[in-house]
Structures are given as C-alpha cells and as structure tokens.
Design a protein around this ligand. Structure first.
Ligand code: ADP
Ligand code: MG
Length: 315
C-alpha cells in the first residue's frame, strides 16, 4: 500500500469544520469570531511512553487524549488536530485499530483530523491540536493567588500504579490491575471540566507528570506557594491497598491527565456544583499561600517530604 493510499484509507475523514482538510499542502482553518487559537503538541515515543506491543486501539485513543488534556487545561474548545506518525512499516491491522481508537475519541470531542505527516521510522506518534478560546478567559498557569483553593479532579495515582505493575515494581492481582489500567491506557481528557472552569478558576494545569510537579508549575508561574493536605487528596480504594507505593503514585505518578486548578475560596460551592453536573469527583486538596514551593502536611499537620518531584525525561 502506498503512503497516499494509507493516508486516504486510515487518516482521511470528512472535515466540515475546516475550510480545507487532508490532501493539500496545508489545511485552512478559521476559528470562530472573537476566539483565538489554543495550540499544543504532544508526542508519544515507543519505549518511552508506551511499549511496542501496546493495544493499537488504546494507543490511538491515548495519542489524542494527551493532547485534548492540554486544551482542557486551557479551557479551550477542541476543533482540529494534525497527526505526524513514523512507523516501521504499513501494518494494516495495526493501522485499522489505531485509527479507530483515534477517531472514536476525536468524534466524541468534535475534533477533525486535518493533516499530518507519515513516514517510515521507529514508531513515534505526534499530534498537534488546535482549539479555540476567548483570549481573556483562557486558563493559564500564572493566575493563582494567595488564599485560593487548590482542587484536583478524579483520583490521581491509578495510572502510576498500573505502570508500576507493568514495570515489575509491584505485582497486582488481575482485579486490581483492571481497575487501574484504564487510567493508564485510556485516560479521559477533562475537556468539559476545563470549559466549566472558565471565569471561575484562577489557574489550571493537566496532571501529566505528577501532581506535585505539575502543581509546582502553577506555583512558579504564579509566584506563590502552596500548602497541601495529603489526607485530603482522593486516593482510590485500590491504590490504598499498596501503602508502599501510595504516596509516590499520588504525588509523583504521571499519566493520569486529571486537572489541578485553583479557585478563589469564595467560589467553593460553584466548584461543587460543577462536580455534580459533570458526575466527576472534584476535591479541594489545599490552598495557595504567599511565598514559593509546596508543603505537604499529614493529618496531624506535620510536613511530609515527598521522595521525588514529577517525571522529567532528562533527569
Ligand atoms: P507534503 O509532502 O506536501 O508535506 P504529504 O505527502 O506529507 O504532503 O501529505 C499529503 C497530505 O496528507 C497532506 O494534506 C497531509 O497533511 C496529509 N497527511 C499526511 N500524513 C497524515 C496523517 N498521518 N494523518 C492525517 N493527514 C496526513
Ligand atoms: Mg509532508
């Protein structure tokens, strides 16, 4: 199968929301009136972000999900994506499943694939995603202020527990693995949450590299510090059964793609209403303080020293 047949068969769909989609030298895209583009790229590299035998359907999902998560953290409406893919050969079974997983999630979020690049090489998947948002409303990292509340969605740490199992650092019985595996293999980007937080959150970030590390980016960008109560962080029943890994997974485990955000304390109840509306647990885990850095306290109010920061490819 030629490169062009491959693109046509697996990566070309109708794109009614684009002036021009796949097939020319560039796509033509028009954001809505008074919106600006929110643009982000994320790459998944075989051996670094997933294993060669990863389920291609789930990989297609995750390739787009990690990008949607970045738009969620900006409060942007996802519109379009491009996909640059390097692969060792044209494995049609693999391509069929990969594109099915990709387009299933794209369809669920109204995202159109409008272009990309296809080349032979070690398996490598890179999506650039384009969303739109009112410039003044976008959720940035730099808006947190002293006394704001710090919130997190979902139950961070499950993806890291599943990864620990795959890496042989813990042996999970099948039931426990099947509870955690979806967080790792099929993260659900919190796009609806990001949109609901427009005009409400003072800052937001998606948790891709670990709660502490990512919250640290908000603190650095905002020029503030944080006090986090470990006991307030929601931990899944499954993860609680592995106390030797729990803190590390919750605080430093990446890959959950939940949102961490700050909100003025006066808007506490509004966040609870959003949680109810979306059917998504949202939990206040601490507050922003003057100063810098993040202190974590146990239930007795004593500081906890986390073992490491977030994931860093070059550390
Ligand atoms: P060019 O050589 O002009 O860069 P390509 O041959 O790389 O064009 O691609 C042809 C068309 O197919 C372009 O519109 C490009 O955006 C699109 N395309 C290539 N690879 C992909 C892909 N994996 N997914 C979606 N569109 C793709
Ligand atoms: Mg090209």
């Amino acid at each position: 199968m030629s490169e062009f047949d491959l693109i046509k068969r697996y990566f070309t769909r109708d794109t009614p929301g684009a002036l021009l989609g796949v097939g020319d030298d560039a796509a033509l895209l028009q954001p809505s009136a008074d919106r600006v583009l929110a643009v982000s790229s994320d790459m998944l590299v075989c051996g670094t972000h997933f294993y060669a035998d990863a389920d291609p359907y789930l990989l297609g999902h995750k390739t787009l999900a990690v990008n949607l998560s970045d738009l969620a953290a900006m409060g942007a409406v996802p519109r379009w994506a491009t996909l640059a893919i390097a692969m060792p050969g044209a494995d049609e079974v693999w391509l069929e499943k990969f594109s099915a997983g990709f387009f299933a999630l794209a369809g669920a979020h109204g995202v159109e694939l409008v272009g990309g690049d296809t080349t032979r090489g070690p398996l490598n998947l890179c999506v650039t995603i384009f969303g739109e948002v009112q410039a003044a409303q976008a959720l940035r990292r730099g808006g947190a202020q002293a006394d704001d509340e710090i919130w997190v969605s979902g139950e961070p740490g499950n993806a890291a527990l599943a990864l620990a199992h795959l890496q042989g650092r813990v042996v999970l019985p099948g039931d426990d693995f099947s509870v955690c595996a979806p967080a790792l293999y099929q993260p659900q980007p919190r796009v609806a949450l990001g949109l609901a937080l427009l005009g409400l959150a003072s800052s937001a970030i998606d948790v891709s590299d670990g709660l502490l590390g990512d919250l640290g980016h908000i603190l650095a960008a905002s020029g503030v510090g944080a006090a986090v109560e470990y006991a307030a962080i929601p931990v899944s029943d499954t993860l609680r059964r592995y106390p030797q890994l729990e803190k590390q997974c919750v605080l430093s485990g990446g890959d959950d793609y939940e949102l961490c955000f700050t909100v003025p304390a006066s808007r506490h109840d509004a966040v609870l209403r959003i949680s109810k509306q979306l059917g998504l647990p949202l939990t206040r885990i601490g507050r922003i303080v003057a100063g810098h850095g993040c202190c974590i306290y146990d239930a007795a109010g004593n500081p906890i020293n986390p073992e490491s920061g977030g994931y860093d490819h070059f550390r």
